[in-house]
Design a protein. Structure first.
Length: 284
């Protein structure tokens, strides 16, 4: 499997966390043998595929996916399976970053996979997908994607109130009272929630929950035992931690950590590995 991260251009750096190219043209690759589990992350993502399409698993059914789409913030694990040789461009946005490329409030993408052609001009999306198919390699594909995004970039002022709230949540690793956060921002809780939903794609509480969940994974991979994680992340007890973890990961923490079988994939799909040891990069 080929996995490589590219830095965004200076024009896109304020909004993107990077651009990943993941490719496996073996017809019996991992994604075709086993479902790819994508954990909840605090980043909205654009995914563009070339090669054979992916299918999304859910409700005892497989749903065929298009070549490109936006995945909003999810609160539960998502599962996908490949159908053959595949390449994927993964574009994770910094919190609020996608709002500079679309007129739609980001809460409309929450818990959803939205085809790119429903958000951007259909002809532009079709040209993008076709150019990616015939590109000579990863660097050229990244260049094509960046041209598309630069053309879609909108002149929009930053909402510093929401970005300050994101920064506070991130610094606290998700262990922060939303009432206290609103007071620190000098706004009502309702106002903060409304602005946060539109720009980030989830409520402050939902966003904080995802940040804390990802932090528990980082701590476990760093060698912390469960008692230490409970204390460090502000859970009342192990039962509280286990219940919260299962809601996000779909299984108990014990089962999750003893059955991880996709160390390469999780580095690009899952936030705790892609940003291991670091906080979110915000744009100011």
């Amino acid at each position: 499997m080929y996995i490589r991260q590219f830095p965004p251009s200076p024009m896109l750096f304020p909004y993107l966390d990077g651009i990943w190219v993941q490719e496996d043209m073996n017809p019996t690759n991992f994604a075709n043998r086993n479902p790819v589990k994508v954990l909840p992350t605090s980043r909205t993502v654009i995914g563009i595929q070339y090669g054979h399409p992916m299918k999304k698993l859910g409700n005892n059914a497989e749903v065929s996916m298009g070549s490109s789409g936006i995945t909003g913030l999810h609160e539960t694990v998502q599962e996908y399976v490949g159908t053959g040789a595949i390449g994927t461009i993964i574009i994770p946005f910094k919190p609020g970053g996608l709002s500079h490329f679309t007129k739609y409030p980001l809460h409309e993408f929450q818990n959803a996979d939205v085809p790119l052609e429903l958000v951007f001009p259909g002809q532009s999306v079709r040209e993008l997908e076709e150019r990616l198919i015939y590109a000579s390699g990863a660097a050229e594909r990244v260049g094509i994607v960046q041209q598309f995004l630069i053309a879609a970039l909108r002149n929009k002022e930053k909402d510093h109130l929401v970005l300050m709230a994101v920064k506070q949540i991130t610094r606290s690793q998700g262990s922060l009272s939303i009432e206290r956060l609103a007071a620190q921002c000098y706004v009502s809780k309702r106002t903060l929630e409304r602005k946060f939903n539109a720009l980030i794609g989830a409520s402050p509480k939902q966003f904080a929950g995802i940040v804390r969940f990802q932090h528990t994974i980082q701590l476990r991979h760093a060698g912390y035992d469960y008692l230490d994680i409970v204390q460090a992340c502000g859970y009342t007890d192990h039962a509280h931690f286990a219940k919260d973890f299962k809601a996000f990961a779909g299984c108990s923490p014990e089962l999750f950590f003893c059955s991880e079988v996709q160390p390469e994939l999780k580095k690009s799909f899952n936030e705790s590995e892609a940003n291991s040891g670091t906080n979110h990069h915000l744009y100011y």
